[in-house]
Design a binder for this molecule. Structure first.
Ligand code: NAI
Length: 336
């Protein structure tokens, strides 16, 4: 099938071409994002392969459908950037990669916790500058700390497995408690209790109407003084301005982000020679206790290989007229 691959980076090309060797789709790569200004670039492609920061809202989907597209193949797990209702009503099928390597994102979440706690981002620069002083680098043991996991699906569960090994006391909130987590000793609690008790809060829920700005000023007020907050889920699960106020008052003692609400204008590009235009992001960068990575949780060889294989398989199933288990429908949204 002729597939337009949007927002392509060199590593997308590498892993998709490798996975396509035995499949043989006709892949055409576009560097540009898919957004309201660009749907014409994929005119005539039956399948459009998109990533997290491509915009698939109503105007874009209408144009795609009118141009002959029938399949949106997301090469990611989250589908909050697609208006599924509109897509379904236009007869556009949407498939995704629900699980490629939850371990990749889970390990990155724990890497953020460890780096923030032991201030590795400062230690690295100090040692390179010949500064071997330890003042300001004091950490704490993860053992026995209370970690609150919001969302214990694939990634959240992988996080609980790792932190169980560290000897953490694990509590969680999820409308659908996971038996594996319960068997690890995870205690499911209401959000209020999770906020009040946790030394570390780590977010692994999808972005939807219920979780949009879940971490707002009211939630932060209920948290422990000096709490560590980790977000590798989606940027809009937190209210960034409220989090900045929490950092200024020291209520939030550490912040680790792999995602940012306005990341589409920043992430995945080298903007190092440009003036930062996003004042909120610029403010976040001024805090010594904030560590931000540019949506790289998924970025391992294992995950990229798995994403490429599943994406191409999803397209092959559609091409054969089969039923794809990875299809995202309005019904799935209702069940979410
Ligand atoms: P999943 O679907 O396996 O698990 C999500 C869990 O969140 C489910 O157990 C669900 O019941 C729960 N949940 C739903 N609403 C909730 C709420 N209001 N409060 C608490 N829990 C709630 O998804 P998975 O694979 O674990 O991914 C989680 C999120 O991580 C994705 O939706 C995506 O946004 C993000 N992600 C980030 C990546 C990165 O590179 N930083 C890569 C892949 C995913």
């Amino acid at each position: 099938m002729k597939v337009a691959v949007c927002s392509t980076q060199s590593y997308d090309r590498q892993f998709l071409l490798a996975a396509n060797r035995d499949i043989g789709h006709e892949l055409v790569f576009f560097d540009s994002h898919l957004c309201e200004e660009t749907p014409q670039m994929v005119a005539g492609f039956t399948a459009v392969c998109a990533f997290v920061n491509d915009t698939l809202n109503t105007p874009v989907l209408k144009t795609l459908a009118a141009q002959g597209t029938r399949l949106i193949a997301l090469r990611c797990a989250g589908f909050n950037n697609v208006d599924i209702q509109t897509a379904n009503s236009l007869g556009l099928h949407v498939v995704r990669v629900p699980a490629y390597s939850p371990h990749s994102v889970a390990e990155h979440s724990v890497a953020l916790m460890l780096a923030l706690n032991r201030r590795l981002h400062h230690a690295y620069n100090r040692v390179r500058n010949g500064n071997f002083a330890l003042q300001g680098l004091l950490g704490f043991e993860l053992r026995s700390k209370i970690v609150g996991v919001v969302g214990t699906g694939r990634i959240g569960t992988a996080v609980t497995r790792i932190l169980h090994g560290f000897g953490c006391h694990l509590i969680a909130h999820d409308p659908q408690p996971n038996p594996e987590c319960i068997s690890l000793g995870v205690e499911y609690v209401p959000l209020e209790k999770l906020y009040a008790d946790s030394d570390i809060i780590t977010l692994h829920c999808p972005l939807n109407q219920q979780t949009h700005r879940l971490i707002d000023a009211a939630a932060i007020t209920r948290m422990k003084h000096g709490v560590m907050l980790i977000n590798t889920s989606r940027g809009a699960v937190i209210d960034t301005l409220a989090v900045i106020e929490g950092l200024k008052s020291s209520k939030i003692g550490y912040l680790g982000l792999d995602v940012y609400e306005q990341e589409a204008d920043l992430f995945f590009e080298d903007l190092s020679d440009q003036v930062m235009q996003d004042d909120v992001f610029a403010r976040l960068l001024t805090f010594p206790n904030v560590l931000i990575t540019g949506h790289q949780g998924f970025f391992t060889a294992e995950a990229l290989s798995s994403v490429a294989q599943t994406t191409l398989q999803n397209i092959s199933i559609f091409e054969r007229g089969g039923i794809c288990q990875n299809e995202v429908t309005v019904e799935l949204l209702r069940a979410d």
